[in-house]
Design a protein around this ligand. Sequence first.
Ligand SMILES: Cc1cc2nc3c(=O)[nH]c(=O)nc-3n(C[C@H](O)[C@H](O)[C@H](O)COP(=O)(O)O)c2cc1C
Length: 391
Amino acid sequence: MLREARRTTVLGRLRVSNRVGVLRSDLMRVGSVDIGPGALLAPMEAVTDLPFRTICEEHGAALTYTEFLSAEALIRGAEKVVGRMWPSLGGRRFAVQVFGRDPIVVAAAAVAAAEIGACLVDINMGCPARKVTAGMCGSALMREPALAASLVRAVRAALPSNIPVTIKQRIGWNDLSINAAEFALRMVEAGAALVTVHGRTRDQGFSGPVRLASIAAVRAALPKEIPVVGNGDVKTIDDYLRMKRETGCDAVMIGRAARGNPWLFRAILALETGAPLPARPSIAEQWQVWRRHADMVVQYTNDKMRLHELRKTLAWYSRGLYGGAELRHKAFQENQPAAVLALGERFFAALHAREQSRAETGESDYPGGLAARSLARHLRRHGEGEKRCAD
Ligand SMILES: Cc1cc2nc3c(=O)[nH]c(=O)nc-3n(C[C@H](O)[C@H](O)[C@H](O)COP(=O)(O)O)c2cc1C
């Protein structure tokens, strides 16, 4: 049954239903680009740099995005911004997100992104930050659908036909102006091949309830062949399934929960492909992934930012671990990258030793990382049968 479902899915992009009634498809077609199963990594400023994207890709993220890049700065050739447009390692596909409000400039930036190898170019229409909305970019575009549509049209016209243009929006500017569905439809009519919806208004920023009904309204309003990606507060397998079930979205995008927890992508990929659910990452694995992430930070981050980025990385991976708060405090007192790395090594070595000695006595400090905990919760609620969602 599993093999059959996979075969027909790959051949015919047949949608199949798993046991909790969540529709899933193994491939999502965006224009002429096929995206594999699994969750997408959200663009995040000062987070989704090359090391971060690489770690998420290696753990099963279906697609990763750069942080939003100012179209104006890209076109000016501002070194700081151009430097953030690193192609993924190993030839993996990646998306570049740009923001701006001048169609000519945004189109030129999109062409630059395509030239460095982006498989799609996303236009930011959701950023709530004042520094962006003050320039009438980001979520401010949701109040100017005509201008937003002209950006999509300009980018569509400028890009080669095999590179889709996509948008990432919110559900509206505030509670009095929820226009997610009309806005999305207008962007699709202008040429957008995929719409990601963060289920909050601009006024909500990053907190308060995520309105799944508004994401569902976008899904209902758009032609079936245009994928809708649901986004907002997906931190666990249960959140993921709920997002899919209640919105009917074609894929889910994960932002904050991926920080220090790339295993969430691995678990979602297993769920979507019917593979056995992975065990929780051991301390040894968390140690190894932190070290790989930190090594890439050392390799790809400039001298000025290295210390800051290493502290940040260690903070993400130590979240929820025994002694993590003390570690973060110490890391912020260190002034040399090598010292932060050494601190991380000592921290994980001590945890590893502790885990091993507790395993011998049958005790455990670590009920698991976030992904493992959410998997365990999901299995408790839905039963062992969910281990293979397409059986
Ligand atoms: C630190 C940070 C930076 C972000 N930067 C961007 C960005 O560059 N472009 C964008 O479209 N959204 C950005 N976002 C929003 C996320 O992509 C995402 O929509 C939001 O965090 C909700 O998803 P989550 O709950 O999974 O984090 C950012 C969010 C955070 C927390």
